[in-house]
Design a protein around this ligand. Structure first.
Ligand SMILES: Nc1ncnc2c1ncn2[C@@H]1O[C@H](COP(=O)(O)OP(=O)(O)OP(=O)(O)O)[C@@H](O)[C@H]1O
Ligand SMILES: [Mg+2]
Length: 249
C-alpha cells in the first residue's frame, strides 16, 4: 500500500490533479500511518481455537528478536495477544501492542517495520474483507480435526470471494498446527492442505508444551533456550523462509 503522499507525488508528477475523495478509494484513512516499507502479516481463520493468537504472538516475538520494529494489532476483543504482551519482560525486545478491536490501527507507530495482525474467530463477510485489505500476507492455521478442516473449507471459500485474493494481491499460507505425526487425522490434514488451491502449504507445527510455556512468559518459542525449543524452531523454519521470500509478499 502506498502512502497518500507517495500516490499524490506520483500522480502529480504525471500532471494529474487527484481529489481527496479519489485518494481515499486507494488508501484507507486509518492506514495513513502505514508506510511502504511496512510488512503486514495477518493471522486469520474463522474457526476458533486453531492457533491464530499463538502464531501471531510467536511471529511478533520472532521479528522483534531479529531486530525489527514490531507491532502486534489485536482485532479480537478477547485480547489474547495483548494479554501475552503484558507479560513480556522489559529485558526482551520491545513490541508495540495495538488495541485494534476498539480503535483500529490509529495508534500504530509510523516506524513499524513488521505489523502482525491477530484476528477474532467467527470473522466473516465484510469483517474478512476489512481485515484482508490490511495485509499482503495471510497465514491460516488449521488443526488436524475433521471439524476444523470443514470450518476452514467454508472460511477459505469466503476468503476466495474477496477481490484482493482473487487478484492475488494478497498471498496465503496455510499451517498445520498442533500436529501429532503418524496419526491418521494428520495424514488427512496433510492431503487436505496439499490439495488446497491458491495457497502455500507453509509449515507443520507440532503439539508442544513450549507454546504454553512461551505464552505464559510473554515470549516466543524462538526466545526459549535452544535445548528446549530446537525441534519447534526446525518446524517454524519453512514458514519463516516463505515469509522472507518475495512469493509471500
Ligand atoms: N502448537 C501448539 N501446541 C500446543 N498448544 C497449542 C499449539 N497451538 C495452540 N495451542 C494452544 O491451543 C489453544 C488455542 O490457541 P490460540 O488461542 O492461539 O487459538 P486462537 O485461534 O487464537 O483462538 P481464538 O479463536 O479463541 O482466538 C491455546 O491454549 C494454545 O496455547
Ligand atoms: Mg485468538
Amino acid at each position: 500500500m502506498l502512502t497518500k503522499e507517495v500516490q499524490m507525488d506520483r500522480l502529480a508528477g504525471q500532471g494529474f490533479y487527484v481529489p481527496d475523495w479519489l485518494l481515499s478509494c486507494f488508501c484507507d484513512n486509518e492506514l495513513d500511518t502505514c508506510t511502504e516499507s511496512m510488512r503486514h502479516i495477518l493471522v486469520m481463520n474463522a474457526k476458533g481455537g486453531c492457533g491464530k493468537s499463538t502464531l501471531a504472538t510467536n511471529l511478533a516475538a520472532y521479528y522483534a528478536q531479529e531486530g525489527y520494529s514490531t507491532a502486534i494489532a489485536d482485532f479480537d476483543p478477547q485480547q489474547t495477544s495483548l494479554d501475552w504482551l503484558k507479560r513480556r519482560p522489559d529485558t526482551y525486545p520491545e513490541i508495540t501492542g495495538v488495541p485494534a478491536f476498539e480503535s483500529g490501527l490509529k495508534h500504530l507507530p509510523r516506524t513499524t517495520e513488521y505489523l502482525i495482525i491477530d484476528s477474532p474467530a467467527r470473522a466473516h463477510g465484510s469483517e474478512i474483507t476489512d481485515l484482508v485489505k490490511r495485509a499482503e500476507t495471510i497465514v491460516i492455521p488449521v488443526l488436524p480435526s475433521p471439524i476444523d478442516m470443514a470450518a476452514t473449507d467454508r472460511f477459505v471459500e469466503e476468503l476466495n470471494q474477496v477481490s484482493r485474493v482473487q487478484k492475488r494481491d494478497v498471498k496465503i499460507g496455510v499451517v498445520a498446527n498442533r500436529v501429532r505425526e503418524n496419526t491418521k487425522v494428520f495424514d488427512q490434514l496433510n492431503g487436505y492442505l496439499d490439495a488446497m488451491k491458491r495457497t502455500k502449504y507453509a509449515a507443520v507445527l507440532r503439539e508442544a508444551q513450549n507454546y504454553n510455556r512461551a505464552y505464559a512468559r510473554g515470549i516466543g518459542i524462538h526466545e526459549l533456550p535452544e535445548y528446549l525449543a530446537w525441534q519447534d524452531w526446525e518446524r517454524w523454519d519453512p514458514l519463516l523462509k516463505w515469509l522472507w521470500s518475495k512469493s509471500s509478499q
